[in-house]
Design a protein around this ligand. Structure first.
Ligand SMILES: Cc1ncc(COP(=O)(O)O)c(C=O)c1O
Length: 324
């Protein structure tokens, strides 16, 4: 790959066989890739993207990382930790209402020293641009990290992760039939698809949509794949059949935890001592569990649940009360 990265993540992440959960669900053999343990600032999937984005920021002589997300954004918490580690300033544009007591990811943003600018969900992207403009005028050399870290540079983190997975498969002595992962701003899945093509992954990748429709998210992923190929001067044909998004589990909308997420969080915790999160991995696991119950996977198949992190949100309201 042509682009450099700043190696920060604890890699390779481990793969664990979830024998008890596999038994309880009476379906395929379920494994888990622990990207919730990528190391920096409680880890998560964004660290892989941010390794590449930070390299570009440093090349541009940036002194301030600026990004955007929801009040409990895992992405923003990882950006804040990254800025602290790199000795840069951090400004986060967060949608939501400033609470009296910061909990979960927001609490961590503050510990990492990020400056918070409050926004509405509708205007947060405009506000992001205005904040960047102001930071530029103030001589703070801002570098914009897009929503979810999902652009061509960020997607390279998951393209590279598929090379890691192919090495994991060699060590394990078998190949996975499926990867199931949470998909939201699309960069994780787009990178995985490109990496699957580049390193000849033989299984299928299924993204469980966190919000939006299959058509919308597939289009975002298609676009990111094309931009990432341009950036790397790759000339591969990406078959449409590789872009698999299931939007049946978006429930009551982004960030609203319902019964399916509560069940999946409890199942993973009780049977495996593994923590999921209320917004992303809880929803993706709920989708996987429902598909298992419907017989979507055969018993012989090996399914890799790619854990993308997010657990600090377990300690934030309203999730904390809902899970009591
Ligand atoms: C825990 C977690 N999982 C999955 C995702 C989705 O990744 P992507 O935005 O690359 O689709 C996110 C995004 O914020 C996340 O925080």
């Amino acid at each position: 790959m042509k682009f450099s990265k700043v190696p920060l993540a604890h890699l390779p992440t481990r793969i664990e066989y979830l024998s008890r959960l596999s038994e309880v669900l009476e379906g395929p053999q379920i494994y888990c890739k622990r990207d919730d343990q990528t190391g920096l600032g409680f880890g998560g999937n964004k660290i892989r993207k941010l390794e590449f984005l930070l390299a570009e920021a440093l090349q541009n002589q940036a002194r301030t990382l600026v990004s955007v997300g929801a009040i409990q954004s895992n992405h923003c918490r990882q950006v804040a930790a990254l800025a602290a580690r790199a000795g840069l300033d951090c400004i986060l544009v967060l949608s939501g209402k400033q609470p009296e007591l910061a909990t979960g990811n927001l609490y961590l943003d503050q510990l990492f020293g990020a400056e918070i600018v409050w926004a509405d969900r509708d205007n947060r992207l405009q506000l992001l641009d205005a904040v960047i403009e102001q930071a530029r005028k103030d001589g703070r050399a801002p570098y914009k990290i897009p929503y979810g870290g999902s652009n061509a540079v960020g997607a390279m983190g998951y393209m590279e992760a598929m090379h890691e997975l192919r090495e994991d498969e060699k060590q394990l002595g078998f190949n996975f039939d499926w990867i199931v992962t949470a998909s939201s701003s699309g960069g994780t899945q787009a990178g995985m698809i490109l990496g699957a093509l580049a390193w000849l992954f033989t299984g299928k990748i299924l993204g469980i949509a966190i919000e939006g429709t299959t058509a919308e998210l597939s289009q975002i992923i298609r676009q990111l794949i094309s931009e990432c190929m341009d950036l790397n001067q790759l000339h591969m044909r990406v078959p449409e059949s590789m872009i698999n998004v299931n939007d049946a589990y978006t429930g009551m909308g982004y960030g609203v935890m319902g019964e399916p997420e509560v069940e999946s969080i409890r199942l993973f915790a009780k049977h495996e001592g593994l923590l999921l999160d209320p917004v992303y991995t809880g929803r993706a696991a709920a989708g996987m569990i429902d598909l298992i119950r419907k017989g979507f996977f055969s018993k012989e198949e090996k399914v890799l649940f790619w854990h993308t992190g997010g657990t600090p949100a377990l300690f934030a309201e309203p999730y904390l009360s809902q899970l009591q």
